[in-house]
Design a protein around this ligand. Structure first.
Ligand code: MIC
Ligand code: SF4
Length: 658
């Protein structure tokens, strides 16, 4: 039986285990990526581990999320990151140079390589045949130190593409169709591998829109094979030498298969407030639209903005609709400006932002109260835009621009009929990508060789070893699909404390319950209780670190999102799975006790734990963890565990062979 592309890349990089689905494997990482809001902890942890030089082939530090620098704390973070990149040997992308995934795709993404990034949309370069995975920052730290990255061998699902996209249908609609079919948890524990005759009709930037937003399925990664289109794209970028042919064997054995006929795809839209709340655009036609935004790592590239510019040529945006373009990279802005498209769009009423994540996490362009915003982004979780009762829809640049022209949601095919002279702008790449790229600083040009820390940059707190007895209050009971945006919001008022954990932790779960942080501190220990898919969304390890800082000992949930579960282990919080009945029965404020000798049970591989509630009734909770994760948990988290190993205090060794 032949191999999938995923298996081939994993096998090439395998340092531990074998490729049996569900078993833990360790892989070598070639490239790492980090960004401004997760990067500070990455480097503070690198420093705390006493590491002195990046060991991976390539490491890149981007400054992309909070580039408006509303507060000196953000600017201090950026300066610290530049100094860390220089000190330890990473590329540094200056604030405003663009979103990590876009800039990485343009400059470094390479077929056949593995990549780990402290951002959940790290899988973006899967569109070029790179196997890229998002993780918490501490995993990135260890990988940069030369350590392996460990995951459960995912199921590999084949998404077979047939046919070609019809007019006005786009790659965004393909991934929205996947979300419509599979939901935001349909990809947990899976890698989606795209194959079939439809692949060749998609250019690389279209493929990266799909691999980027595969994250919203909860997937570990998504990947395409390489072909003439990949070669062509790399040539246009001036990186022809990075081309390698990679693909699955013809008789590759997949765990599952999905078929999508591209010719059946039509313009789709995700309604508020979940990326899988997908319907055909014409179902919501007529909804008045107050704001339209084109941008983000999903649809902020040159090739995403150009169709909008063409649709707006000689037209105006509706008087009641504001339209903002936030390019994914400075290279895209620069090229569109040189070609005259920026002025064309400005003349049509568009405002241009610097190349940043910004509005995607509620930094700038916060929608008005009780208004509708159409965005080409990937997430519309409630409140993420910066206002609690938001109505954010996710769609393609074409659907967004049609709404900006009409002032209400309209299927662009219907707008074309109405206007008579509006043509499908199609998909076009530049002959050559010619951005000047001065904002990307290579390690050998680095201006710094020592860390520069501002007053807001603190230390990373450590947890004690796991104790025999674990008990405390059920501090908060939550529903299904709680996102990391609920746990630690990323809006500008809070994001500025990402390097200051004591301060940041005051905002823990404030979107669910304003009083949570104080209650947790007063209770001196306790548990979180949640439904399915707890911790979906971002990779931010702060969503585990801050509860840990407040004394939370563990989370009892029906199921967990992959990255967040790894982060819970990394910060010494026990993630226990409970069934629906137990979830329904536990009430906030109940006294919870894990009856077993927890430390001993965790280390010895015990899977079933007895949970006693209010000294009155008992239930069973399940710990699904590898031997390595158990050691990390018992040692009080990965930082303590790795330090202990380096000091020879436990079985194991330094990050280089962790
Ligand atoms: C996001 O889209 O939520 C973020 C902001 O990019 C996060 C990273 C972070 O919280 O810093 C992600 O996706 O991992
Ligand atoms: Fe930035 Fe939004 Fe992409 Fe996250 S999803 S990396 S915030 S653009």
């Amino acid at each position: 039986m032949g191999q999938t592309l995923t298996e081939k890349i994993l096998e090439d990089h395998l340092v531990e285990g074998d490729l049996t689905t569900g078993e833990e494997i360790g892989i070598e990482i070639d490239q790492v990526l980090t960004q401004d809001t997760t990067g500070t902890l990455v480097w503070l942890q690198f420093e705390a581990l006493g590491l002195d030089e990046v060991q991976t082939e390539l490491a890149a530090q981007y400054c992309d999320h909070q580039t408006y620098q509303f507060d000196f704390k953000n600017t201090d973070d950026h300066r610290f990151l530049r100094s860390a990149a220089g000190t330890y040997g990473a590329h540094f992308s200056r604030p405003g140079n663009g979103i990590c995934h876009n800039v990485h795709k343009e400059n470094f993404a390479a077929p056949g390589k593995t990549m780990l990034g402290s951002d959940s949309h790290t899988p973006t370069p899967g569109g070029l045949g790179e196997l890229a995975i998002g993780s918490g920052g501490l995993d990135v730290t260890v990988a940069m130190g030369g350590g392996a990255y460990y995951i459960e061998m995912p199921e590999v699902v084949n998404v077979r593409l047939e046919g070609e996209l019809p007019e006005w249908a786009t790659a965004k609609d393909v991934i929205l169709e996947m979300l419509r079919r599979l939901s935001v948890k349909g990809g947990v524990g899976k890698i989606f591998e795209y194959t079939g005759p439809g692949v060749e009709s998609l250019s690389v930037p279209e493929r990266t829109t799909i691999t980027n937003m595969g994250t919203e399925l909860g997937a570990t990664s998504s990947i395409f094979p390489t072909d003439e289109n990949t070669k062509d794209y790399l040539e246009r970028l001036g990186r022809a030498e990075d081309y390698v042919e990679v693909g699955p064997d013809e008789d590759a054995d997949y765990d599952d298969q999905i078929t999508i006929d591209l010719s059946d795809i039509e313009p789709l839209i995700a309604k508020p407030s979940m990326p899988d709340n997908v319907v055909p655009v014409n179902e919501v036609e007529g909804t008045e639209v107050d704001q339209v935004m084109i941008g983000s790592c999903t649809n902020g590239a040159y090739e995403d903005i150009l169709p909008a510019a063409k649709m707006l040529e000689g037209r105006e945006t509706n008087k009641t609709t504001e339209m903002i373009v936030a390019p994914g990279s400075k290279q895209a802005s620069e090229m569109l400006a040189r070609e005259g498209w920026v002025s064309e769009m400005m003349a049509a009423g568009v405002n241009f932002s610097e190349a940043t994540c910004g509005a995607c996490i509620g930094i700038g362009h916060v929608p008005a109260s009780d208004s509708v915003s159409l965005r080409t982004f990937n997430r519309n979780f409630e409140g993420r835009s910066g206002i609690e009762d938001d109505n954010v829809y996710l769609c393609s640049p074409e659907v967004a621009t049609a709404a900006a022209i009409k002032g209400e949601i309209i299927d662009p095919r219907n707008l074309a009929d109405e206007l008579g002279d509006l043509e499908d702008p199609g998909f076009e790449m530049p002959e050559k990508y010619t951005g000047s790229n001065v904002d990307l600083i290579a390690p050998d040009e680095a201006p710094d060789d020592e860390l520069i820390k501002g007053p807001n940059i603190g230390d990373v707190p450590l947890k004690d070893e796991l104790q025999a007895s674990l008990e405390g209050e059920a501090l908060l009971k939550m529903e299904d699909n709680i996102t990391t945006d609920h746990i630690i919001p990323a809006t500008s008022d809070i994001l500025k404390f990402r390097s200051n954990i004591p301060k940041l932790s005051e905002f823990t779960l404030s979107r669910v319950d304003q009083d949570f942080a104080q209650r947790a501190l007063d209770a001196d220990g306790g548990f979180l209780v949640a439904g399915e898919n707890y911790g979906q969304g971002s990779s931010r390890e702060h969503a585990a670190l801050c509860p840990m800082y407040l004394g939370v000992e563990g989370v009892l949930a029906q199921s967990f999102a992959r990255i967040h579960k790894a982060n819970l282990f990394n910060f010494g919080l026990i993630p226990l799975e409970i069934d629906e009945e137990t979830y329904a029965k536990i009430q906030q404020g109940d006294d919870i006790e894990i009856v077993d000798d927890v430390a001993e049970a965790v280390r010895s591989g015990q899977e079933e734990f007895t949970v006693r509630v209010n000294d009155d009734w008992e239930a069973t909770a399940h710990l699904d963890a590898s031997a390595r994760e158990r050691e990390i948990l018992a040692d009080g988290g990965k930082l303590s565990h790795t330090k202990k190993q380096a000091e020879g205090g436990s079985s194991g060794a330094t990050p280089a062979d962790d």
